[in-house]
Design a protein around this ligand. Structure first.
Ligand code: UDP
Ligand code: UDP
Length: 462
């Protein structure tokens, strides 16, 4: 093919996300963004999905963007596999997708016109990169959490392989990075025995160095230091470019009808409480949280989750929080037990604060709308993300609350922190400042906009 004829063709990019809304959402948003920039997009969906919200989000994407080509990666039947055992259904699914990844080769070669680039999730990097390398296809990784978490993800295999028994403080020092306290590190990474989280970090972290580039849903001014270190060989030598392209804005199809209840509330008066798409608090903790919210005197919108996977979350709300608490809650706020469009809520003028687990999408959405965060990280990457929030001055993180399930935080303590977050004017001011920075980053000529535009330009030439 001559250079001049390929120059005239639009770029054709395929995307392959992993399991769970936290991993899927940035892929949906990137697919939409590329599509409106005249990139031909093929979206490969691992089938079936774990949660109902994933399959609904996918249907909405394809209904709104008929120009996006849908392909399914039919996962091998679970009983035929022997994935590394994980009790987390989403982690289990990562393995199922990985073990089905050989089915990708025939799928890729069937695509027309040929692909200019492939973008996959960090949890699939080690199995997908060899497949794309074999056909000379540039492969990018979309890292779905913070750049700071990426510094750990990419250097953990060195620490884990150093033979030191005591990972008391992660040995990322060699990479020029500040020490990360042990308490922030996802606990499975500190275990001596092998587990699925460790192999996920080690295998993918090692392989990502061979990718063509790493896209990350963050922006320059929010994570300047981590991005600088990643791009200057201070975390690991030989890394391809790390390109911040966020915050990836929500698509119109994600936005459901806003809650009428919010319209009746004074500006900035409501605390929004949610722990994301896959975190269920213990019943004891749910009830203390409810008592705390009521006691704070602050009005609130609280989304309760009782099971990790939405398809199994069948208990009545009143059963979960109890009849007495339900009565008290009704006087002070609104409590629901179903999927709400979070992006729409955070953008509502009534919202003045967000009690969040600090899943990275939630952080980016709060940033986008300038809402201060009361951080209560529960699992995985969330403490590292909470630290990013705190260091940027847009939230409070109470370290002593620990990981989800470590202790039961009392209602009295929660009430105090809720009051603090809702009354702190300087946090609110800083959150509004960061909101402007985020909007500049994705606006024309902004850092994230430039990064993505350059990539698209390069793909068109491929
Ligand atoms: N989300 C939502 N409504 C809900 C729960 C979650 O819209 O009731 C969205 C939220 O806006 C975010 C994603 O689901 O985009 C969750 O991703 P995040 O990284 O915040 O956390 P995770 O669910 O992966 O723990
Ligand atoms: N984890 C969990 N629930 C979550 C997120 C993570 O139980 O909502 C667990 C997960 O099973 C794994 C560990 O936390 O054992 C590490 O998660 P990671 O940092 O890789 O974050 P993720 O990729 O899930 O966003």
């Amino acid at each position: 093919m001559s250079v001049s004829s390929s120059d005239q063709k639009p770029a054709h990019v395929a995307l392959l996300p992993s399991a769970g809304m936290g991993h899927l959402t940035p892929f949906l948003r990137l697919a939409a963004l590329l599509s409106v920039q005249n990139v031909q997009v093929t979206f490969i969906t691992p089938y079936p999905t774990v949660s109902l919200s994933e399959s609904q989000a996918l249907s909405s994407l394809f209904a709104s963007f008929p120009q996006i080509t849908r392909k399914q990666l039919h996962l091998l039947p679970l009983e035929k596999l022997n994935p590394t055992i994980s009790d987390d259904p989403f982690y289990y699914h990562f393995d199922v997708i990985r073990q089905s990844s050989h089915l990708l080769s025939p799928l890729l070669s069937s695509l027309s016109p040929p692909l200019s680039a492939f973008i996959t999730d960090m949890s699939l990097a080690s199995v997908v990169i060899p497949i794309t390398e074999a056909i000379n296809l540039p492969n990018y990784v979309l890292f779905t959490t913070s750049a700071k978490m990426m510094t750990l993800f990419l250097s953990y295999h060195i620490t884990a392989g150093s033979g030191k028994d005591d990972l008391h403080e992660m040995d990322v020092i060699k990479s020029g990075l500040e020490m990360m306290p042990k308490s922030w590190i996802p606990p499975p990474l500190l275990e001596k025995s092998n587990n699925s989280t460790k192999s996920y970090f080690i295998e993918n972290g090692k392989k990502m160095i061979e990718s063509s580039g790493i896209l990350v849903n963050t922006f320059e001014s929010f994570e300047k230091e981590s991005l600088r270190k990643l791009n200057h060989g201070e975390v690991i030598a030989g890394l391809p470019s790390v390109i911040p392209i966020g915050p990836l804005a929500a698509c119109d199809f994600e936005k459901s009808k806003p809650l009428a209840w919010l319209d009746g509330q004074p500006a900035g008066s409501i605390l929004y409480v949610s722990f994301g798409s896959r975190t269920a608090l213990s019943r004891d903790q749910v009830r203390e949280l409810g008592e705390g919210l009521v006691r704070s005197g602050i009005r609130f919108l609280w989304v309760v989750k009782d099971k990790k996977v939405d398809r199994q979350d069948n208990e009545e709300l009143e059963e979960v929080i109890g009849h007495g608490l339900m009565e008290k809650v009704k006087e002070k706020g609104l409590v629901v037990k179903n999927w709400l469009n979070q992006e729409g809520i955070l953008g509502h003028k009534a919202i003045g604060g967000f009690l969040s687990h600090c899943g990275w999408n939630s952080v980016m959405e709060a940033v986008w709308h300038g809402v201060p965060i009361l951080a209560w990280p529960q699992h995985g990457d969330q403490k590292v993300n909470a630290n990013v929030v705190e260091r940027n001055g847009m939230g409070i993180w109470v370290n002593s609350w620990g990981w989800g399930g470590e202790i039961v935080v009392t209602g009295a303590e929660i009430a105090g922190r809720v009051q603090e977050i809702m009354r702190n004017e300087s946090l609110r001011g800083q959150a509004m400042f960061i909101r402007e920075e985020a909007r500049k980053a994705v606006g024309v000529g902004g850092s994230s906009n430039k990064g993505l535009t350059e990539l698209i330009g390069m793909w068109k030439k491929f």
